[in-house]
Design a protein around this ligand. Structure first.
Ligand code: ADP
Length: 222
């Protein structure tokens, strides 16, 4: 078994019962996007691929203990035969790339981290991003939308993590911000169309909700 195949089977095992949009198919899409971006940007494709494969295994929303999950990722990388430099690079990328709140700036350790973050965020946008958002909301028992639930621009990871907002709020609290937070030229370009698709969806959603036909949400009860 080669290193990538070993990591693949470990990740597949961990995410096999996920129904929150963080499943194995998400991993495969992010890997494909990350490899594409890495080639365009002349980055280290192997680091990008391994980080893309492992990036959800330490997510605070999916595991009880994110620190312990990171240690398990390290063991997996060792068992797969990763070099010390590869292990260090991947373990720096995984916790750095996740979204931590609208008001929390990204601090990324490398070009490879930027690439994996761009790839992960492209999969959070567009049609797939919309589908994943409602899948996530459903998996946590949250409503589609509640006009009484205010949008919050989280200024800390702590407050972002505690949010129990309806799925629609997530567009304003994260998804519509991603276009302007991409790093690579290629991802910036790809993000435009996915962003517009989300705006079109929101316009339609609100016109069917009988509020108003634009994608601006207000915090007021209507
Ligand atoms: P990141 O890898 O940047 O931390 P997340 O794992 O938090 O990203 O989010 C991945 C996707 O899961 C989001 O783009 C969205 O589709 C869904 N999701 C995460 N948090 C929420 C939420 N609070 N409400 C609705 N969907 C969410």
């Amino acid at each position: 078994m080669n290193a990538i195949a070993y990591i693949e089977s470990t990740v597949q095992q961990k995410l096999k019962s996920d129904a929150s949009g963080h499943d194995w198919w998400h991993i495969l899409r992010v890997r494909r996007l990350a490899l594409y971006l890495a080639r365009q940007e002349h980055a280290d494709t192997e680091i990008c691929e391994i980080a893309a494969l492992l990036h959800e295994t330490c997510d605070h929303k999916l595991v009880a203990d994110a620190e312990q999950a990171l240690q398990e990722a390290e063991i997996c990388l060792r068992d797969a035969g990763g070099t010390a430099a590869q292990i260090k690079a991947v373990l720096e990328i995984i916790p750095a790339i996740s979204f931590k709140g609208a008001g929390v700036p990204d601090r990324l350790p490398s070009k490879e981290a930027q690439i994996v973050q761009d790839a992960d965020r492209l999969d959070a946008m567009g049609a797939i991003g919309i589908a994943r958002t409602f899948a996530y909301g459903g998996s946590r028992g949250r409503p589609l939308y509640d006009p009484d639930f205010p949008v919050e621009m989280h200024q800390s990871f702590q407050s972002y993590k505690k949010s129990t907002a309806p799925a629609i709020n997530h567009f304003y609290e994260k998804l519509l911000l991603l276009k302007d937070r991409m790093h690579t030229v290629t991802a910036k370009q790809m993000a435009k169309e996915r962003h517009q698709f989300m705006l079109d969806f929101l316009n339609r959603f609100f016109s069917e909700w009988n509020l108003r036909g634009d994608a601006t949400i207000s915090n007021k009860n209507r």
